[in-house]
Design a protein around this ligand. Sequence first.
Ligand SMILES: Nc1ncnc2c1ncn2[C@@H]1O[C@H](COP(=O)(O)OP(=O)(O)OP(=O)(O)O)[C@@H](O)[C@H]1O
Length: 250
Amino acid sequence: MDKILDIKNLEKYYGEGTILTKAVDGVSMSVFQSEFVGIMGASGSGKTTLLNCISTIDSPTGGEVLLKGRDITKIPNRDLAKFRRENLGFVFQEYNLLDVLTVEENIGLSLVINKVNKDETARRVREVARVLGIDDILKKFPYEISGGQRQRCACGRAIIHKPSLVLADEPTGSLDSHSSRQLMVTLKELNENDHATILVVTHDPKTASYCKRVLFLKDGKIFNEIFRGEKTQMNFQLEIMDIVALLGGE
Ligand SMILES: Nc1ncnc2c1ncn2[C@@H]1O[C@H](COP(=O)(O)OP(=O)(O)OP(=O)(O)O)[C@@H](O)[C@H]1O
């Protein structure tokens, strides 16, 4: 399997002297093609900071973040937006959809920016929407659909350009349990059927239990790593909950 993401001794420090915070403190980890990985940890353990360094939103204090062999910490600022657009897909808790665009236009946005022609864009939007079960709301605006539908729309936007890596930060954070389940099943299917490589940050053991591997952060360091393997999802969730309890988190 190809290594998609290779993080070497990543550090992100805030402040200095007596108020120095080591938000990410020497993290090394890899994600392989078609993996579905969760990152968990108590509040303040460094999850979002780690994700922000991977997504080039934040620049690390030290270490390397290689995406398909390229050190993304060295990409000049002027090239970052293009790099993200072409290589990464984002799903955030707040959806980040544009209210002035329809669902169809939101999902197809990156293809339009990348100058993919109109017919091809429409075809790919329809295909993604069908997979996500939102093909009947393509003409609606984000404020006319439910939170779960908005999040699946955000998912569509994140995957339409077939990014090397999909990054999801608390994707179920603002969803009810039914919509959360639907979203995680969708991500799981994208991973299994389309071989999408997905990294999910979450504090929710149920959400994490859809992953094949879960890493736990504590004080900016990797504390533990577990694999689902042949376990049932429920047993995996219980194992995750045990570690969360050990970490003294939520
Ligand atoms: N911009 C910043 N300036 C200073 N300290 C920061 C900054 N951002 C994060 N931190 C600190 O870095 C540490 C890690 O924060 P981070 O947001 O990555 O944790 P988290 O695990 O995502 O937490 P949560 O689950 O609450 O979102 C915390 O101690 C936090 O206070």
